[in-house]
Write a protein that binds this ligand. Structure first.
Ligand code: NDP
Length: 252
């Protein structure tokens, strides 16, 4: 009997940072097409519960998992929970992240650790744990969320931009390593998206960012979720190592 191939069966997805913003939109978008979803969050349990409720409306299985992505043991537990409750790990959306603006010379070691441990190591921990399962399955799809600043760099966001550039290199390398195992690894590089992450900026700064976006608006979390849904769909089964720019033309 032939083994069922990815996309022919219900897929089981892990979405990190799914309590809010882009991660929540990704979880709901994947649920809307019938995927079961593990909704990961760090501390905002009530918000994660709301995401779970939204996903359940589509008749799929959805569970929340409290996991700090900087804690590799917790990451392993979440992947094990997914296998145990859902039976496989078909999709990983590596979305959880933090940013940090400031002058480079004034960043502290704590800033370096907060940003790199979350935005780089956290994605690597999840990819490592999930890909072990995917390799055994002979199939899987990983999408890492980078940023347009990882493509072009940004003044006063040096640590964040460097971390997001690392994610692009990580994606391209891991894509080559995992392709023979039937696993795709891609990356989405969003522009300015209307989420809590940008609430620290005043309205003048936000207007300036919109004016520098050729499509003339802030991106919405759903804009990124659409790209993630595509990269984890059958339509993208021959795409790996790609960096999909979802910036409204800010970076071309
Ligand atoms: P938000 O600040 O709205 O949400 C961040 C999410 O990440 C929350 O779910 C939060 O969980 C989770 N999180 C943060 N730190 C950790 C951690 N250590 N362990 C586990 N979960 C954690 O961010 P966005 O939705 O805007 O961003 C999502 C991703 O998109 C990030 O990687 C970001 O860098 C990237 N991005 C965002 C852009 C934007 O303009 N918004 C542009 C380009 C890229 P909790 O709610 O529990 O705290």
């Amino acid at each position: 009997m032939c083994k069922p191939k990815l996309y022919e069966v219900v897929m089981n997805a892990i979405v990190t940072g799914a309590s809010r913003g882009i991660g929540r939109a990704c979880a709901i978008r994947l649920a809307s097409r019938g995927d079961n979803v593990i909704v990961c969050y760090r501390e905002n349990e009530a918000a994660a519960e709301e995401t779970v409720s939204e996903c359940l409306r589509f008749g799929v299985k959805a569970l929340k998992s409290c996991v700090d992505v900087t804690d590799e043991n917790a990451v392993r537990r979440t992947v094990a929970l997914t296998e145990c409750e859902l039976g496989s790990v078909d999709i990983l959306v590596n979305n959880a992240g933090v940013c940090g603006a400031g002058v480079f010379t004034e960043f502290t070691d704590a800033d370096y650790h907060r940003i790199f441990d979350t935005d780089v190591l956290g994605q690597m921990y999840f990819a490592r744990a999930a890909s072990r399962v995917m390799i055994a399955q002979g199939q899987g799809s990983i999408v890492n969320i980078s940023s347009m600043w990882g493509i072009c760099g940004a003044s006063c966001e040096v640590l964040y931009s460097s971390a997001k550039a690392a994610i692009i290199g990580f994606t391209r390398s891991l894509a080559q390593e995992l392709a023979p195992s039937g696993i795709t690894v891609n990356c989405v590089a969003p522009g300015v998206i209307d989420t809590d992450m940008n609430r620290c900026y005043d309205s003048e700064t936000m207007s300036d960012l919109v004016s520098r976006t050729p499509l003339g608006r802030l991106g919405q979390p759903e804009d990124v979720a659409g790209a993630v849904a595509f990269l984890t769909s059958a339509d993208a089964s021959f795409i790996t190592g790609a960096v999909l720019n979802v910036s409204g033309g800010f970076v071309i």
